[in-house]
Design a protein around this ligand. Sequence first.
Ligand code: SF4
Length: 320
Amino acid sequence: MVTVLDTTLNRPRPRHPEKAHRPDQEVLRKPEWIRVKAPVSKGYLETREIVKSNKLVTVCEEAGCPNIGECWDKKHATFMIMGEICTRACAFCNVATGIPMPLDAQEPASVGRAVAQMGLNHVVITSVDRDDLADGGAQHFADVIHAIRAAAPGTTIEILTPDFLRKKGALEIVVAARPDVFNHNLETVPSNYLTVRPGARYFHSIRLLQQVKELDPTIFTKSGIMVGLGEERNEVLQLMDDLRSADVDFITIGQYLAPSKKHHAVKKFVTPEEFKSFETVAYSKGFLMVASSPLTRSSHHAGDDFARLKAARAAKLAAA
Ligand code: SF4
């Protein structure tokens, strides 16, 4: 008699099953300007405790963000709502992929409580993609915004949303909840979309941002990209023009870092000088705010940047 042992039973599910078969990508050595300190401070540990005790998920952890030591020390965290499982499978992203759990009806209240406990002036809320939901999670986004307004009325709210592709009426629900900043990241230039962001459509994302302004011109709009994914400089400049055509206020540009050898390879480490040049060009194209540096992430320094954004708009209106 032969006994067959099923060794798959206790094996943890891979975080990115769709990437498991891919060949390992070449890993470039990080330049010294990209290195960050390990997160160990008292503020970091306090933030971690608030996140855990409210059973919340953060993109800071899920994306393996290099800024977590700095941000959590200052009690800046970006909450990721609607679970830890994403229905897309972008080649750059570290968030786990698969079939998500049903929405947690208690989550809006939990996020509101955590924001109040942390005493935040400004909070950033993002989510996984929820293509499985009829409205793409739009109503849940709105519920979270309302819960934060109720629990922490002085806190300004920035949302970083999915693209709500093929979810008619979803954007209107989110905009009606009146976030202070509506961020939707383009992530990369259009020529990279099929390999880097295959489930998304570049011009749909541009149009989404444009529609936010059409629906409510008082809401600030923001978008970000990663560089080092193989894009050409001219493509980045064209993308800036596309965002300005959609009246986007704020662009963020940061270095792509590969979460693993199975993710899209880092093709290049862009130098701090090149980031500075992108900043100069972007301001010349009319953005109210530009953040462009190797460690720029769309939620990095978001509170300070929001204050500068408001001041920039006030100055522009005064000069008109
Ligand atoms: S930059 Fe954003 S995602 Fe990264 S640690 Fe800071 S708040 Fe979190």
